[in-house]
Design a protein around this ligand. Structure first.
Ligand SMILES: Nc1ncnc2c1ncn2[C@@H]1O[C@H](COP(=O)(O)OP(=O)(O)O)[C@@H](O)[C@H]1O
Ligand SMILES: [Mg+2]
Length: 450
């Protein structure tokens, strides 16, 4: 690089020198031609100027010594055969550079954590990598470069899977091991499989009951007409349960499939709550529960939301409160606006002094600064929820009262739907509960931009 700069500087100086000599020569020639100057004077003047020029040439050449580069010149970049620690450090994934003899030549921070390399630089790969599959892949890449990149899947824990990509670094004798975390992918696949198994099980239970009663009515109870109304009632109840389940499954899958479509509408929470009340008041009345609303009906900021989804949130939370409370109790629905997500969370889910609390979904703040938010809280005077159930609320099909031997029917999908919808709105969900006194579910979300 400095050689190049020097060459450029020489060319510039040679050009300057030539121009200087040329111009003075021409001027002197003109002066001689017009007899303003004698030839002797002209030659000596040219000599003087030439020596000044030579002095300039030599002097400026001395100012750019070999090896000191021009400021415009870029730092030297020697061709690098191996990945080098700089490149590895920039990689977000765990990466190791391994040389002949399986020696670890370089690694980045992420690899240090994954393989616990802190005190083992230059160790052999086999000292830190326990997976025989990965070691074999490294060996293959080191010994048979022509074979191309290899990848290996390794289990690093009971619920932790990584894929290692092992490839030869071009023009070198080292290999690069790049680790990719497959845990979330595996977890999602397992959740999907569990979900299908659960859903089919939940659907089969009422179906089994219905077909059982059909058999009874066809067989042993064929002539027992007096018993039929009871059988039919049970069958109607079971088929209701099936249709509720299917409705919940459908709405869950609808929400999931629109997950990447951001909510667009501008909605008002007070208006959504009052629309829900029209549907919920009769349901509460049937159960002998009173619905109380505490929230300003005007002055609430609009929020970017999917109207139907938020209606489902309110309906699910209120119908749980009604369902799990004794008759004669009051369910209080409060809502409001807050200058930040954190404050909205407090208002929605931290109102009781001594309660058990659990945040089931954390709102995602988009910026560092405070984002205006709205919140909603549904409070009941029901039995409360035991502490050990709290973390699992919002999991599909999880029903706390099932283990209590409760008779209240449900799908265990309501809170999962609520959680999904709130995630879709970048919002949060939390519960607080006091055994024997009641539970409160709170949701909050940013109002979003116009
Ligand atoms: N307000 C509440 N009071 C007591 N328990 C509740 C309340 N809301 C929800 N739960 C518990 O959380 C579980 C999950 O609720 P949800 O997902 O709506 O399912 P479902 O209502 O169909 O059972 C319920 O089965 C119940 O045990
Ligand atoms: Mg429910």
């Amino acid at each position: 690089m400095s050689e190049d700069a020097n060459r450029r500087s020489m060319t510039r100086r040679t050009r300057d020198f030539t121009v200087l000599l040329g111009t003075t020569g021409t001027v002197l020639l003109l002066l001689v031609a017009t007899s303003a100057l004698g030839p002797v004077e002209a030659i000596s003047a040219l000599g003087v100027i030439a020596s000044v020029g030579v002095a300039y040439f030599v002097g400026s050449a001395a100012r750019v010594p070999q090896g000191i580069s021009d400021t415009r010149a870029e730092p030297a970049a020697a061709p690098q055969a191996e990945a080098g620690p700089g490149l590895l450090a920039a990689l977000a994934l765990p990466a190791l550079e391994i040389g002949p003899g399986q020696k670890i030549m370089a690694f980045n921070r992420a690899a240090e954590d994954l393989f616990q390399l802190a005190n083992l630089p230059f160790a052999r790969a086999s000292a830190v990598i326990r997976s025989p599959v990965l070691l074999a892949a490294i060996d293959q890449a080191l010994e048979r470069p022509a074979a191309g990149p290899v990848s290996a899947e390794i289990e690093t824990g009971p619920d932790e899977t990584w894929r290692a990509h092992v490839s030869r670094i071009p023009d070198g004798r080292h290999v690069l091991v790049l680790m990719e975390d497959l845990t979330p992918v595996k977890r999602a696949a397992r959740a999907r499989a569990d979900f299908l198994a659960n859903a089919s099980h939940e659907l089969r239970t009422p179906l089994t009951a219905i077909s059982g009663f059909i058999e009874t009515m066809r067989g042993p109870a064929r002539d027992d007409a007096a018993a039929w109304p009871r059988f039919l009632d049970i069958m109607a109840g079971e088929s209701d349960r099936m249709s509720r389940l299917i409705a919940d499954l459908l709405s869950l899958s609808r929400i999931e499939s629109s997950e990447h479509v951001l909510p667009r509408g501008r909605e008002n929470l007070a208006e959504i709550v009052s629309a829900c009340l029209a549907v919920l008041e009769p349901i509460a009345g049937e159960q002998g529960a009173a619905l109380k609303v505490a929230g300003a009906s005007t002055g609430l900021p609009e929020m970017t939301a999917h109207r139907d989804e938020l209606i489902q949130v309110v309906e699910n939370l209120v119908s749980n409160a009604v369902k799990y409370s004794k008759s004669g109790s009051t369910i209080t629905l409060s809502f409001g606006a807050a200058p930040s997500l954190a404050e909205a969370r407090l208002a929605a889910s931290q109102q009781w002094d001594v309660s058990q609390r659990m945040t089931l979904l954390q709102a995602l703040a988009r910026s560092q600064g405070a984002e205006p938010a709205v919140w909603l809280r549904v409070e009941d005077q029901g039995p409360g929820i035991e502490r050990e159930h709290l973390p699992r609320l919002g999991e599909r099909f999880y029903r706390a009262d099932q283990s209590r031997g409760g008779k209240i029917t449900g799908t265990g999908l309501g809170l999962a739907i609520v959680k999904h919808i709130m995630a879709h709105h970048r919002g949060g969900l939390a519960v607080e509960t006091l055994m024997g006194q009641g539970s409160a579910f709170g949701v909050w979300m940013p109002t979003g931009r116009e």
